[in-house]
Design a binder for this molecule. Structure first.
Ligand code: ATP
Length: 371
């Protein structure tokens, strides 16, 4: 499932050079983006980068200052919200407290003037879909938080939109329920074939659910792609630091050789990166990004490879799945690097202790050249 790589695939939604300003603030800045049918798309970025504004323009609650929004190839920029085959589920869910679950779910269908038996049939279908059979007569205040979220989801899907927009859909749920709900939402989405666009602050959530995600900064798209590509090949430091944890070292290119870029780093000495050598020139300053889980830690000097550096353990944090160890390299006042050591057995091992002298090493394919 990669329609974005297929030149013949027709996008479901196209933003074409869309700009939206609020007074002096440019919330969305000349942004172009295509979404595809059946796609699960996640928007990521710091608070205020324009995620909600982008979504509200797609739902029709905001009008762009310039640019166009197309749905199935038709310009919908001027179409009012209720006439768009797009629905939005809000963070607050916005359920009617005085209506039953069934009446909440059927609300939009009644407004559309559907016949009663048809409404009843669709409501039953939706209740089954979100696993709330038997709870149709309850009011929202008689439900748990997770159940309320499902009612909101069922209500937004009842009109069978082509696209569902979800603003922080899990924000009100506790962590365990969030994880379970992520998989339910993915199942639901693939069963229905509705395209989903979700805004979230939680990058793990975005990576788990999304076919593709986009990282925004100041109203622009910085990078867009499948989660593994964003994580393993971020185009710059902003993306690398926003998605996941990363160590950054300063360096200078001193040689390029086929697929190897040789770099001199002030704290770690000569290092090698597996990068397209054609993009680098000796003398260039560059940043080397290293994810904590890609660094190996040992007491003895690793035999092979140039990518190794000595350090001293400054801090150890046990996190369950991994132990996060902070290592000072380049002596006191040098650089602290984070290393994630996987806890592979259930025996609690403590091979490393504070103040230990250690070696850090990594594969040539582990380091990233960052702008
Ligand atoms: P958050 O993650 O905090 O929800 P966001 O990425 O969704 O943030 P937006 O809500 O889209 O960001 O806001 C983008 C910018 O536009 C912000 O600077 C915000 O203050 C501004 N903005 C959004 N809506 C309005 C409005 N109705 N009036 C004035 N400024 C607005």
């Amino acid at each position: 499932f990669q329609p974005w790589n297929d030149p013949l695939a027709r996008p479901l939604v196209e933003f074409r050079n869309v700009t939206k300003r609020f007074g002096a603030v440019t919330a969305v800045d000349g942004l172009s983006l295509s979404l595809y049918p059946r796609e699960f798309f996640a928007l990521l970025g710091p608070s205020g980068c324009g995620k909600t504004t982008l979504m509200r323009m797609l739902a029709g609650f905001e009008r762009p200052d310039s640019g166009e929004i197309l749905l199935d190839g038709v310009d919908i920029t001027a179409v009012p919200p209720h006439l768009r085959p797009v629905n939005m589920m809000f963070q607050s869910y916005a359920l009617f407290p005085h209506l039953s679950v069934s009446d909440n779910i059927g609300y939009g269908l009644r407004r559309e003037g559907l016949a009663k038996p048809e409404i009843a049939r669709r409501v039953a279908e939706m209740l089954a879909l979100v696993k709330l059979e038997g709870l149709g007569a309850r009011r929202p205040d008689q439900l748990s938080g997770g159940q309320r979220q499902r009612v909101a989801l069922a209500r937004s899907l009842a009109k069978r939109p082509k696209l569902l927009l979800l603003d922080e859909p899990m924000a009100a749920l506790d962590r365990k329920l969030r994880e379970a709900t992520q998989f339910e939402l993915m199942d639901l989405q693939s069963t229905l074939g509705t395209a989903f666009m979700v805004v979230t602050h939680d990058q793990d959530e975005a990576m788990t659910m999304a076919d593709r995600m986009a990282v925004m900064d100041h109203g622009r798209l910085v990078q867009i792609g499948p989660p593994d590509v964003i994580y393993e090949a971020p185009i710059n430091r902003y993306v690398a630091e926003f998605v996941g944890d990363i160590n950054v070292l300063e360096g200078r290119v001193f040689a390029v050789d086929g697929d190897l870029v040789r770099v001199e780093s002030a704290v770690a000495g000569p290092l090698e990166l597996d990068e397209d050598a054609a993009s680098f020139v000796p003398g260039d300053a560059l940043l080397i990004g290293l994810r904590p889980e890609k660094i190996a830690l040992s007491h003895d000097e690793p035999g092979q490879g140039v990518n190794k550096v000595r350090g001293e353990i400054w801090d150890i944090g046990y996190l369950g799945d991994v132990t996060m160890i902070q290592v000072m390299v380049g002596g006191e006042g040098g650089t602290l690097l984070k290393v994630a050591v996987a806890n592979r057995t259930r025996r609690i091992e403590r091979p490393f202790a504070w103040d230990d002298a250690v070696w850090l090493s990594w594969d040539v394919e582990a380091g990233l050249a960052l702008q």
